[in-house]
Write a protein that binds this ligand. Sequence first.
Ligand code: ZN
Ligand code: ZN
Length: 270
Amino acid sequence: MRLIDSHCHLNYEGLAERRDEVLASARAAGVTGFLNISTRQREWDDVIAVAEANEDVWATVGVHPHEADAHPDLGASALVAATSHPDVIAIGECGLDYYYDKSDRAAQRERFQAHIEAARETGLPLVVHTRDAEPDTAAVLKEAAGNGVTGVLHCFSSSRQLADTGLELGFYISISGIVTFKNAEELRQTTSSDVSFVRAGPADVWTAFTSTLPPRAQRLQHAADRRGDCAADAGIDLVEDERRHVADLARRHLDRERHAREFAARRHAR
Ligand SMILES: [Zn+2]
Ligand SMILES: [Zn+2]
């Protein structure tokens, strides 16, 4: 099984300074590809430069919804022109974020449309960021898919309904470490209630989340099982060793939790 990090920000401050170290440790952990994501037009060149310098890194060009106000003139043509570089393999991240509302909503929708138009013209997939903007996102995705545009809903945190809409339209759904957060019960329900929910990219999705964050033991065990199911469902041959490794990890977490519980019980009994 190949592990690809489909969404990383190797040019972000704090990470850029130790980029080589970060890439090296990810490679050592088995990650064989990285998609370096753009969020502002002025960083496109730098994001692409990292891809140029590393054979296993590729790049996107796009403008994050938070940055919509700062790019009033961004149209599809600038995006299309930037995709002429062979390392640019997707458009984004783009989308709608009504949770933070850092940019005017109409501006966010306008920029999102520009990205979709660029994806249509180039045939490249979209990297979509969406938060608290379900009806508008669903409407835009439907229109995009009608024009032959799909992609991935990255770091998905919306409802089951939007997940279903996205999957029906041919989008991938990325389930990230958010699924392990305390307040992510709805997302857990969504992901655990139906194997087909993650059919689009199951092995990668679950691997990314099990290997990059230390979720609670039950989640890990669940992920190990679920990933096996999903892999089978998608016709992906999951490497047995890999599966065992995750299962072992889960067992160790469970042991640790049990010890902690027993220790607390003994102390209580005294
Ligand atoms: Zn991002
Ligand atoms: Zn994002």
